[in-house]
Every structure is written in C-alpha cells, then in structure tokens.
Design a protein around this ligand. Structure first.
Ligand SMILES: Cc1ncc(C[n+]2csc(CCOP(=O)(O)OP(=O)(O)O)c2C)c(N)n1
Length: 365
C-alpha cells in the first residue's frame, strides 16, 4: 500500500480541457477517441439502465410532489454519469453514493423501493450495504469520500482487491473532507475512483464560485493522482474512463479523479426553485444534450436497437415505476421504537429507558 521506493512518483498527464467523448451530442461516433468504446452489449445495457433510471426518477419526483416522500433530489440530466460509472463496477467493488445518486443505486441492482427509504424519512438507509456493496447514501457533503478510502485501505490490508467508486458533486470538492480523502487515497495508493458529477450548481452557487481550477479533474495533480475530464452526458465515455481508472486502481496504480461535465436539469430538490438563481435558457440548452437520446440515436444508427427492443425496455421501466408507486403507498411504516434499534449492540441504560418511556407514551395514546 505504501510506496516502497524513494523516487518521486511519476508526474501524471494533464487532464484535457475539452471533455473526452466517444459519442458526439448528435449521436455519431467521435473519430480517433483516446479510449476504446464499450462493446455492443454494454452499450445496450447502458441505455436500458438509463431509461429505467429516468422513469424511476420521474416517478420518485411525482411521489415527492404528492407528499409520499419527504424530499427527492432528481438526477434528471445526469443519467450517463450515474449509469456509466456504476455499470463499470465489478460485483466485488463498492459504490459510495450521495443523496443525488438514487439512479446509480437502482442500476447497481438495489430494490428501487429500498432506495427511497431514506428519502421517505423512514430509515437512514433502506438496503443492506454489505449485500449490495453500496454504502448508505450520504447527505453531508464529501464524507463518503473518506469512507471509501478507509474501506479500500482496509480491504487491501485483508488481501482483498476491491475498488471503490465515489460519487460526488462539484460543490463537494470544496469541502475539507474531499481534500483529506484525496490526499490519503493518493498517499495510501488506494483503488478509489472519485467521479465528480459537475452539474454546474451547488444548490444556488455556480461552479465558478467554488473552484478556480481549469477543470475539477486538474485537482488530481496536486495530490499526485491521475485526472480525467469526460463528457458527463456521454454514457459510453463515462463507462470507458471509469472502467479504465478502476482497472488501474486494482492493479496498484492508485486513485483517480474524474470530472464528468453534466447538468442538473431539475431543481436541487423538489423544495427548490432554480428560477430564482439561474437562467432557464441554460437548462434548455443542456436539454438538447440529453444523454439517453444520444445513446439511443447511436444504437439505432448502428443497427443495435429497433422499435421492438425499445418498447421492451420502456415496458420494463414502466413496471419498475408502477411497483415503486404501489409499494411506497402501501408498505408499512416503521414503528417509532425502531428509532432505537441498531444504534448499539446492547443499548446503554439511558437509551433503554428512553425507549420504554416512548413505548409508554404511545400506549397511552
Ligand atoms: C458538509 C455539508 N455542508 C453543507 C451541506 C448543505 N448542502 C446540501 S446540498 C449542498 C450543495 C451540494 O452541491 P454539489 O456538491 O455540487 O452536489 P449536487 O447537489 O449539485 O449534486 C449543500 C451546500 C451539506 N449537506 N453538507
């Protein structure tokens, strides 16, 4: 884990100012790309996961408007980052998502209803982290980054070769926790890929007020890491670059920062009004770079997708949405006493007393 030689580490190449692309915004192949394209079945899998993710995201936004979820942070527009990054993970790898990354969890195979548990306000996490190799979604910015470094460091000490993908926003890169995580990841040479979804806004703060770096990927250099700047609306490119960085990490080349340039098309959450701080023309321009449409155009042009297959994918997405609708409306709510469960292996006397008092109050009505 520790660098054994006393030589300075090789200087990593500068990230490109132009984002790396495999597919142009009009759905055509980019000529002479720096990375190989994912194979055909992976491209179709990326499209399927984006269509399902987008339908899930719409459904969750509707449930939030109906008051069935406490809050929902949509990732509309960011599907290529969520899906491209997540499908690059091997089963043994770990995902460290934020509140914004529900689509990523759904594409990792977590039950979509369980993904919404946190946002429904029922539990801190609705899924078993160990089973899915997905950490709970984190709300404090950048804390997931240091958790990933710790986990991969520990895994290596145990002789396991698990890599981790950390999802974070542009705003999160200004946090002290991000600095500490980047630094320790590089010093300990841990196989972590920090995928920064630069969606241009940290609630109402534009990215130019967060960072003076040429790209957020340039931050990697100061820590001694490799950095890549990728088009975050190109699922093929995100998948290719994240796969490459994960493979390098597993083979001992250490961590990577990837800036995926994308755009949050909706509000920060359902309780935000972006018209108060951003020009809606900007959102309209980004709508033209829709990641789902881009890949669909490519697959149709290359004869890998026809109307029948697209209908099957859409039907699958509809099934996911209707299951989410039904279960969020009908699943039982946790009892208040569950608040005390799983906090300690054996509860301290004070907590046990509080639990009894609460149960007493509930019984009295
Ligand atoms: C440590 C910490 N400070 C402040 C906040 C409040 N907060 C919630 S979301 C947010 C903006 C995050 O922006 P970004 O990292 O770009 O992610 P995005 O929401 O755009 O995906 C802030 C400041 C927080 N959650 N955690």
């Amino acid at each position: 884990m520790k660098r054994t030689d006393e030589q300075p580490a090789p200087v990593p190449p500068l990230p490109s100012l132009e984002p790396l692309r495999l597919v142009a915004p009009d759905g055509s192949r980019v000529s002479g790309p720096a990375f190989d394209s994912p194979d055909h079945s992976t491209l179709v899998a990326l499209l399927r996961a984006m269509v399902i993710g987008q339908r899930f995201d719409n459904q969750a936004s509707t449930l939030a408007r109906q008051g069935r979820l406490a809050v929902y942070p949509s990732s509309r527009g960011q599907e290529a980052c969520q899906v491209g990054g997540t499908l690059a993970l091997a089963q043994r790898d770990w995902l460290f998502p934020t509140y914004r990354d529900c689509v990523s969890l759904v594409s990792r195979g977590v039950d979509p209803v369980e993904v919404l548990t946190l946002l429904r306000g029922d539990w801190h996490s609705g899924y078993d982290a160990e089973t899915h190799r997905c950490a709970p979604q984190c709300t404090p910015l950048a804390t997931n980054a240091s958790h990933a470094v710790g986990l991969t460091y520990a895994a290596r000490r145990r002789g396991e070769n698990a890599a981790a993908l950390v999802l974070m926003g542009d705003g999160a890169t200004s946090e002290g926790d991000a600095h500490e995580a980047y630094n320790f990841a590089a010093v300990w040479n841990t196989p972590v890929v920090f995928l920064i979804q630069n969606n241009h806004w940290a609630i109402s703060v534009p990215v130019r007020e967060q960072s003076a770096a040429p790209t957020l990927a340039h931050k990697a250099l100061g820590y001694g890491m490799r950095g890549y700047h990728v088009d975050g609306n190109d699922a093929a490119a995100v998948h290719a670059v994240v796969s490459h960085a994960l493979a390098e990490g597993r083979s001992g080349a250490g961590p990577t920062i990837i800036e995926a340039r994308t755009y949050r098309r909706g509000p920060h959450t359902n309780s935000d009004d972006p018209r108060r701080y951003r020009d809606e023309d900007e959102a309209r321009q980004w709508a033209e770079r829709d990641p789902v449409q881009r890949l669909e155009t490519l697959l149709r042009a290359e004869g890998l997708l026809d109307d029948g297959e697209m209908e099957r994918i859409e039907a699958q997405a509809e099934q996911v949405a209707s299951r989410v609708r039904e279960r969020v409306a009908t699943d039982g709510r946790p009892t208040p006493s569950e608040l005390f469960s799983h906090v300690y292996g054996s509860a301290p006397a004070l907590l046990a007393r509080q639990r009894q008092e609460l149960l007493g109050e509930i019984q009295e009505g």
